[in-house]
Design a protein around this ligand. Structure first.
Ligand code: NAD
Length: 247
């Protein structure tokens, strides 16, 4: 049985990934932090199509909540075989001299600590070292880790730099224990995240600067994630897939 956990799955890239994985036969844990209605609409859509999904309400930055979420997933669906570390945050566009310690720490606690905690719990279940059957992890980073997001959110970009390094380190650490760890780096994708940065229309403003001259859709990112999780990518680990329209 293929059992996936997708963090931040009530909207955007996480939602598209949860729907695609369910279509491909995964039982899916739909993690979300606030919006019960949005999470349940994802689950309803999966169930109406004949798939299996459960709601997992947890703040990934909170260690106790992450541990409880993995316990619930295991009890209700079975041992995890695929983790998509997707939940992420950013705040309003600004320059570095305006960043407070509070803001920086908030970004890091979700985008970095949250990813580490979910990896940790997944590895404990998947690793051959602990009697597990192996599995695959995909971390959702960002093209911002390469570009730095100057004048917008260097704190967010740096958090994604940490996600890249987590991917490399963990991939090497668990390669011999049946776990593949890979990363996708989306560029400008049409989701509600840009509104959190204070500019809902950001993708359309900057898309002309991209080689492909268009923004990406969450479904296009979901396809890459599902391939990296699948047996078709069985010899791929520690790899980075750019989904940034050529940038
Ligand atoms: P989004 O804001 O639509 O989705 C993010 C989801 O994560 C939201 O549902 C949010 O509630 C959830 N979340 C936030 N903090 C959480 C927490 N502590 N615990 C659990 N859930 C939490 O944004 P999106 O564009 O779908 O982003 C998904 C991922 O893709 C993020 O990691 C983001 O950094 C990355 N990304 C997005 C873009 C883009 O252009 N949209 C580009 C590069 C990378």
């Amino acid at each position: 049985m293929k059992i996936a956990l997708v963090t931040g799955a009530s909207r955007g890239i996480g939602r598209a990934t949860a729907l695609l994985l369910a279509q491909q036969g995964y039982a899916v844990g739909v993690n979300y932090v606030n919006n019960d209605t949005a999470a349940h609409s994802v689950i309803d859509e999966i169930q109406q199509a004949g798939g299996k999904a459960i709601a997992l309400k947890a703040d990934i930055a909170d260690e106790a909540q992450v541990v409880a979420m993995f316990k619930q997933l295991s009890a209700e669906l079975g041992p995890i075989t695929a983790l998509v570390n997707n939940a992420g945050i950013l705040f309003r566009q600004t320059t570095l001299e305006n960043l407070s310690a509070e803001r920086i720490n908030k970004v890091l606690s979700t985008n970095v600590t949250g990813y580490f905690l979910c990896c940790r719990e997944a590895v404990k279940t998947m690793s051959h070292r602990h009697g597990g059957k192996g599995g695959a992890i995909v971390n959702v980073s960002s093209a911002a880790s390469r570009l730095g997001a100057p004048g917008e959110y260097v704190d967010y970009a740096a958090s994604k730099g940490a996600v890249d390094t987590l991917t490399t380190g963990l991939a090497l650490e668990v390669a011999a224990y049946g776990i593949r760890v890979n990363c996708v780096r989306p560029g400008l994708i049409y989701t509600e995240m840009h509104a959190s940065g204070g500019e809902p229309g950001r993708v359309d403003r900057v898309k002309a600067n991209l080689p492909m001259q268009r923004g990406g859709q969450p479904e296009e990112v979901a396809q890459a994630i599902s391939w990296l999780l699948s047996d078709s990518a069985s010899y791929v680990t520690g790899s980075f897939l750019e989904l940034a329209g050529g940038r």
